[in-house]
Design a protein around this ligand. Structure first.
Ligand SMILES: [Zn+2]
Length: 524
């Protein structure tokens, strides 16, 4: 066997083993694969199925937004759900209404006040959300996942397998069939790729697809497993469709639907709005604002970072989103601070949108400053070797250094200083850190308070997380002049008071007023 062939066998075995236990994965001959796919297609009534619409009720959850690293994703009740898929033009429209219900008000996205509508669309190479009169184009992972989810539906999968034109990395383009033992039963497994993403369907003895699994690239979970189960099939005019659908992404549930109504071949036109066709994917722009000597606020996207210069090194606060964002922020940081290493990366909390860029800083050699509750999770995350979207750390592994901050930690060189504090009683994330830069009296926080536009009226009821931030500022006796939030815009402490519906203390009677205000807030 040539070295190259040997290597490709090793790689494909490794990838296959990610999804299938190797001991009982026995690929069948090509003709068998074709006949298995044909039998499933016939049994499920997929042959003449061009589109499908199904409706129901259930729940969904916010991936990567748990209240701590081992908590499930925050769950919400879905009171109405309709999905319309057109297999011929690879389009899907999901319309749903969700409410907080009796779900715990903990983690990112909670609480939902009243009803929240979601309207999520994809058609071939375009994805967009509808919010009131606005159509908001979606790109990157959102677009790719929506496309993948079409082919993860039972009928979508069998159509993809029949075409056999998906080519996941190192996978052959044609669908394969193997046998596998699950819960003591032999099941048939059909494997096919969709772009970079390997997919597998489990088929029962009635030729119904009971589960579809795929691997999808995630900056925090690496080659993340998406697993959808389909059960309690019923017949809808010759088309078999499950009446229960559940999905997990990573370790926890993201979706659960009790299907009430199914309409095979329902009309499913989904024209792409012109504005979506011409929308440009957001570039990783980084805007720079000097906040005080050696302190810069790096904005330009949805999530911000700060760069703080010390005598011999720099520290960066927050590595949000992805490696792409980290590289853009790093490039700007290196332009601002010449020839000094990034010694520390301060991570406010573990939610995926705030930790997705951390691996890049480990590769950069930075110490990751975070709450101790994240350590075990990050140890695993920094060990991962993602194969679907290999990043810098996968290519050049480094031993990570994590500096846990239980309560308070100060970075200083005698002149510049960052004080890092753990928040108390936080329901957004139990391991939340905030940073305070005494030189500019600047507070840095994520997700507790996202300032609305300057001309917006303050909320009728301030969010609990903002009130809790206020309590923590009081508890820590921080003399804050400006807040540099990691979402939104730079504001003054007076803006924060206004947002909370509070009277800002007048400088001369500062102590008196805060003493009068504090007791009424400590008990909530
Ligand atoms: Zn968060």
């Amino acid at each position: 066997m040539s070295k190259k062939l040997f290597l490709s066998v090793i790689i494909s075995c490794f990838l296959t083993a990610c999804l299938l236990p190797a001991q009982d994965a026995k690929p069948e001959a090509k003709s068998d694969a074709k006949s298995v796919i044909a039998a499933v297609e016939k049994a499920m009534g997929a042959t003449d199925l061009k589109s499908i619409q199904y409706s129901g009720v259930g729940s969904n959850a916010n991936l990567g937004q748990g209240v701590n690293p081992t908590a499930p994703w925050p769950r919400f009740d879905v009171t109405s759900y309709t999905r319309t898929i057109n297999y011929t033009d690879a389009s899907s429209k999901e319309e749903l209404t969700r409410i907080q219900g009796n779900n715990a008000v903990r983690g990112g996205g909670a609480p939902i006040l009243g009803e929240q509508k979601q309207n999520l669309n994809v058609a071939a190479n375009y994805a967009w959300n509808v919010a009131g009169p606005n159509q908001v184009a979606q790109f990157g992972a959102t677009l790719e996942e929506r496309r993948l989810q079409i082919w993860m539906t039972p009928h979508g999968f069998i159509k993809a397998a029949k075409l056999g034109n998906g080519c996941a990395i190192n996978w052959e383009c044609e669908a394969k069939v193997s046998k596998k033992t699950e819960a003591g039963k032999t099941v048939t497994v059909i494997s096919v790729g969709f772009g970079k993403y390997p997919m597998e369907a489990y088929v029962d003895d009635k030729n119904m697809i009971t589960k579809v699994e795929a691997k999808f690239a995630n900056p925090v979970l690496g080659d993340m497993l998406i697993s959808t189960t389909y059960s309690d099939y019923k017949d809808y005019g010759g088309v078999k469709f499950p009446t229960r659908i559940t999905q997990t992404q990573g370790p926890y549930p993201t979706f659960d639907l009790m299907v009430k109504e199914v309409k095979p071949n329902a009309p499913a036109p989904l024209p792409v709005p012109d504005g979506v066709k011409t929308a440009e994917a957001p570039r990783n722009d980084v805007s720079v604002q000097l906040l005080s000597d050696g302190v810069w606020y790096l904005t330009g996207g949805t999530h911000h970072s700060l760069v703080v210069e010390f005598k011999d090194y720099m520290a960066i606060i927050e590595a949000p989103l992805s490696e792409e964002r980290s590289e853009a922020v790093l490039a700007e940081a290196k332009r601002l601070v010449i020839n000094k290493p990034v010694k520390y990366l301060i991570n406010t909390h573990q939610h995926f949108d705030h930790s997705g860029g951390l691996r890049t800083y480990v590769a950069e050699g930075a110490t990751i400053v975070t709450h101790p509750m994240n350590k075990a999770f990050y140890d695993q995350m920094f060990k991962m070797k993602p194969t679907i979207a290999p990043d810098r750390l996968a290519k050049t592994p480094k031993v990570p250094v994590i500096l846990p901050v239980m309560d308070r930690y100060v970075l200083t060189d005698g002149a510049q200083k960052i004080e890092i504090y753990a928040m108390k009683d936080d329901n957004h994330n139990e391991g939340m850190l905030i940073a305070y830069i005494p030189a500019g009296k600047i507070l840095v926080e994520a997700d507790e308070y996202t300032p609305p536009p300057a001309d917006a009226a303050p909320p009728i009821t301030p969010p609990a997380s903002s009130l809790n931030l206020y309590d923590n500022i009081q508890r820590l006796k921080l003399d804050v002049s400006k807040i540099a939030p990691l979402h939104g815009r730079l504001v003054s402490m007076a803006d924060f008071y206004k947002f909370l519906g509070k009277e800002a203390p007048k400088p001369a009677e500062n102590k008196k007023v805060s003493a009068a205000v504090t007791p009424s807030l400590t008990g909530h």
